[in-house]
Every structure is written in structure tokens, then in C-alpha cells.
Design a protein around this ligand. Sequence first.
Ligand code: ATP
Ligand code: MG
Length: 350
Amino acid sequence: MSTFNIVVLPGDGIGPEVAAAGVSALKAIGEVYGHTFNFEEKLIGGIAIDERNDPYPADTDAACQAADAVLLGAVGGPKWDLQPKRPEQGLLAVRKSMGLFANLRPMDVPASQAFRSPLKEEIVSGADMLIVRELTGGLYFGKQTRTEDRAVDECVYTVEEIERVARVAFEAARKRRNKVTSVDKANVIETSRLWRETVIKLHKAEYADVELEHALVDSMAMHLVTRPKAFDVIVTENMFGDILSDLASVLPGSIGLLGSASLGSGKGLYEPIHGSAPDIAGKDLANPIGTLKSVAMMLRFSLNLSAEADALDAAIEAVIKAGQLTRDLGGTLAGSEVTKAIVAQIHAAK
Ligand code: ATP
Ligand code: MG
């Protein structure tokens, strides 16, 4: 029995709906397993710009630094697209401030769900990969300069930055199928050459028991849709990971099914991989499962509650199997009804 302090950042669009689902699941886990979860809600993104003129206010930062874990909904929306202050700046700021250098996105397509995929069933059925994306380096954090007719984005990586994220990938592989695919563009880009050299050295020194292969990002994009079952853990730099993980996210048939964990040296941040989905916001249509999968990772990685994490994952599976689905999966239930079914399953299973 323990007490945990969770900061909740609902954000924009469907963010508040899915974050509420995450809170419900944690409360149910608390009731069933005898833990206390204290929740503190804070502003981030567009709503924080509206209310505070700042996408990542100082009190949000202070709360995130002090929390045991952070649950995020989603940020952004057309309302802020043309404003000088952007909701997405809030996301970059929280990642940097919490030192979240590794973004983990598990993606799997159980045989029973493969028919939902836009790809051929036999290509995706049984695919099960974990993409580990470097999150605080590279182009997205490099110096940017601009004149009227010229723009520069600096891409910087250090050995230390590459090593620490590669280590996350190798450690994860040891708990899975023991294979890492490191993705770069070492035939063209200097940071990619350092990336590959560093991964090779680390592998030799500490992880020789793990199978390691290297792929160029362009051919990797092709392989992800032609032979997704070939991959276990994929590790790559910030921008390549951004693109490849969105690509991989279409394989299971709905972006609403996938969660993510962002980890660093300290506390973790957990969020569904989808965005704020303004087209369905406020209608109780959002699939909560991506957020609930993220909550399961929070239980596992940040709170050390692996039995509780397994129970949540099992409850999600049971509800999917029972056909209690939102519209993105061909069902008719509201998002909140799916959450209720999963909460009931958590109680029933214990
Ligand atoms: P962002 O720029 O924030 O990533 P986006 O518009 O690129 O936003 P999403 O907000 O993820 O992407 O939405 C993409 C599509 O997927 C939309 O049609 C949206 O309705 C749908 N979608 C996203 N999340 C969910 C969800 N949880 N449940 C059902 N449909 C969803
Ligand atoms: Mg998007």
C-alpha cells in the first residue's frame, strides 16, 4: 500500500476526456489494490496560453518536477495555429525540463485485431514492436537562424546523448525478444555517423548478448509497412523517430489504441500518441485506450506496480475482446462507456 502524487495535464481538444479516463483507471486500481493516488491538475498547451499567456506556466513545471509521474492528454488545435505562442511549445518545454530523453511507443497487432489494419492482415498479424525515440536532441532542439531568404536548423548529438537512449533500447530488448534495430542515415549525415559508431561501441562493450542491426531511415520506412513483424526494439534519433512512430501507429487500425512513455533520469511522463483530435473533441467519441495503455506503463515504469499494470492491460484486452468498442474501432460506445467497462473489469478481475 502506497501513496502516489500524479500530476494531470489535460490540455486541449480530446485531452481532457482521455485524461479523465486515465484518472478513473488509476482510482479503480487504487481501490482494488489499496493504493492512494493524489491528483493535481495543471495547465499546459492552448488552454494555458488562453488563461496564462504561457504554454507551460511555472506552476505547472514546479508540479511536474515534484510529482511521482505525469499524465498528459493532448495539446494543440486550429484555434492556436496562427498565434505566435504555440501549444506545442508546452510539450517541448515539459520534455526538456523533466529531462525526458527517451520516448517509448509500443505497437502491437494481436491476431484477433489484424483485420482492422489498413495493411494486409497477414503482413501485420502478430507484429509487436517498441519504438524508442530520442526526445531532447537533434534538429528539434538545435539552434535555428533565419534571414529573409535563408533558414538554418542545427542538428547536434553527443556521444552521451546517444548512449543513454541506446541503453534504454538494449535494456528493453533484453526483456522482450532481444533484438535492436538502430535507425540512422549514416551514409549521408554526420550526426548519424556518430550515432552508428556509438551504438556499435556500446553494444560491443555492454550488450553483446542482444542482436543488433542497423537500418537507414528511408529503407526502414519501407520495411515498417512491408515486414513489420521483423522488428522488436527500434531505436532512433528525434526526427526520424517522430516520423517512423507515426507511420507505425497506423498498423493496428486506430491511433486511439496506442500509448507512450517518456522517460529520463527522473520522473516519467505518459500520454497517448494521438493528438488533440479537434474534429471529435467534446463529443465523448475519443477512444480512451491509448491513454489507459499509457497509464499501464506509468504503473510499470514509474510507480513499480507491475501486477497492477498487468491487471490494467488485461482489463483493456478483455473489453476489446468483448467487442465493447468506440467508433474508431467500428463500435458504437462512447469513450466514457468504454472507460466504465474497463474500470468494471478491473474490479471484477480481482
Ligand atoms: P496533432 O497535430 O496534435 O498530432 P493531428 O490532427 O495530427 O493532431 P490527431 O489529433 O491524433 O492528429 O487526430 C488524427 C485523427 O485521428 C483524427 O481524425 C482524430 O479524430 C482521430 N483520433 C485521434 N485520437 C483519437 C482517439 N483517441 N479516438 C478516436 N479517434 C481519434
Ligand atoms: Mg499529428
